[in-house]
Design a protein around this ligand. Structure first.
Ligand SMILES: *Cc1c(COP(=O)(O)O)cnc(C)c1O
Length: 435
């Protein structure tokens, strides 16, 4: 089988996500045969370093030996069982561990099977909690430039025009409040004041504020100071508005600590996890919340107080086994500490980018490094050109518009990371700097 043959068969029957399909006329689709560690390999034997962790999910490499073994063990014991009326050992263990690992006060785990669904769960739970207390609060607040997924509720609290504009007539009620557009404490304080002004006027309608702590991923890797989270948490409490921390991207060590909320020393009312949760193996997500919120739903079967939300694959046993294996690796191999070496190397790598004329700014938060480009024509697809150029040298990067970023699996070696940095640098220079 060749790349060409599979590509043609694919295009007869598949419709790919987040893609203008006509692009495949000029940008060849790459059929992947196998993957191991940070490498993904196509049907002609070309290998690429997966420097964006296959859309931010993979943290311990592809076909990781330990995770594979744990999934295989689970596979031969229990693959899946309905999770209403039944339970299983892997999901209990996982929940106990998540309660221990996450900021104190998050004591209950409600599972779904992808990030957007976890967002939907949190929005509904927050709204329903208020209803159970006799309050009608149907408005949500999110940050400018935020991204929380693609289902209708999640899209409503997002603010990336490219994904949202078309569907505006379909969305639920949500408004946005300013985001700090740099990493200084001053910007954080300024934006928080605007949030408080909003709550002063409209808190009685507002159920929750949803944020991406520290890094707005799909929002072009915008990063802000942890103090912003602290302030948002304080203000939300003061006005009786829930804080939903969407850690779907940043959770599990991405920003340098296990969870981004740790950097602000807060406990949100809801914390959402997915992506890294299963090490990038299987779809699973969880909405964690407090016993206080849980208690508002707990009663005899009456008045529509129970949270009657479900997904067919909720709490899938294979996914839970992958998640437990992922947490094992964090615990056994001291990953958060070890990542510091890679974080320093990325920081150093960014330095040489910051000297280029075509670079507006570089920024970093833990294991995420971003390079914002300038001096190109509107409508010019520089991201695509940089992607193609880097691919020739065995590095897979997927720029976000005018932002190039690295978000590698934590198992990347120093040499591999250096290759990612150098190849990307050369690609940026070739596409933008020296023309
Ligand atoms: C990816 C992402 C989501 C959506 O998760 P899906 O599994 O793609 O639905 C939500 N929030 C954030 C911050 C994300 O990065």
């Amino acid at each position: 089988m060749t790349n060409e043959e599979l590509k043609n068969r694919d295009l007869e029957v598949l419709w790919h996500p987040c893609t203008q399909m006509k692009d495949y006329e000029i940008l060849p689709l790459i059929p992947i045969k196998k993957a191991h560690g940070v490498y993904i390999t196509d049907f002609e034997g070309n290998s690429y370093i997966d420097s964006i962790s296959s859309w931010w999910v993979n943290i311990f490499g592809h076909t990781n030996k330990y995770i594979n073994t744990k999934i295989k063990e689970q596979l031969d014991t229990l693959e899946h069982v309905i999770i209403a009326g039944f339970t299983h050992k892997s999901i209990i263990e996982l929940s106990e561990r998540l309660v221990k690992l996450t900021p104190s006060g998050l004591d209950k785990c409600f599972y779904a099977d992808n990030g957007s669904s976890a967002v939907e769960v949190a929005l509904k739970m927050s709204y329903h909690y208020n209803k159970n207390r006799g309050k009608e609060k149907s408005l949500f607040v999110s940050l400018q430039n935020s991204y929380h997924g693609e289902t209708i509720g999640a899209l409503s609290v997002g603010d990336v025009e490219l994904y949202k504009d078309t569907y505006k007539p379909l969305l639920i009620r949500a408004i946005s409040t300013p985001t700090p557009f740099d990493q200084t404490k001053e910007s954080a304080i300024k934006a928080a004041i605007e949030y408080e002004n909003l709550l002063k006027e409209r808190a009685s309608e507002i159920s929750a504020l949803i944020i991406e702590p520290l890094v707005q991923g799909a929002g072009y890797m915008n990063m802000y100071h942890p103090h912003f989270i602290t302030l948002l948490s304080e203000i939300s409490k003061k006005y009786d508005v829930h804080l939903i921390a969407d850690e779907i991207l940043v959770g599990f060590g991405r920003t340098g600590t296990m969870f981004a909320c740790e950097s602000a020393e807060i406990t949100p009312d809801f914390m959402l996890l997915s992506k890294g949760l299963t090490g990038g193996y299987l779809p699973l997500s969880v909405c964690m919340t407090t016993n206080e919120i849980y208690s508002a739903f707990y009663c005899d079967y009456e008045d529509n107080k129970a949270f009657l939300h479900s997904h067919s694959y909720t709490g899938n046993a294979l996914a839970c086994a992958a998640a437990n294996a992922t947490i094992d690796i964090f615990e056994n191999e001291n990953i958060i500490e070890k990542n510091k070496v890679l974080i320093d190397q990325m920081q150093e790598g960014l330095l040489k980018f910051s000297k280029l004329n075509c670079v507006k700014e570089t920024r970093q938060q833990g294991m995420i490094a971003a390079i914002e480009l300038q001096n190109f024509d509107q409508g010019e697809r520089i991201g695509v050109k940089i992607y193609q150029e880097a691919l020739k040298y065995g590095v897979y990067i997927r720029p976000l518009g005018h932002v190039v970023y690295f978000m590698p699996p934590y198992v990347i070696s120093k040499d591999e990371l250096q290759k990612v940095i150098d190849v990307t640098f050369d690609a940026v220079v070739k596409v933008l700097e020296t023309r």
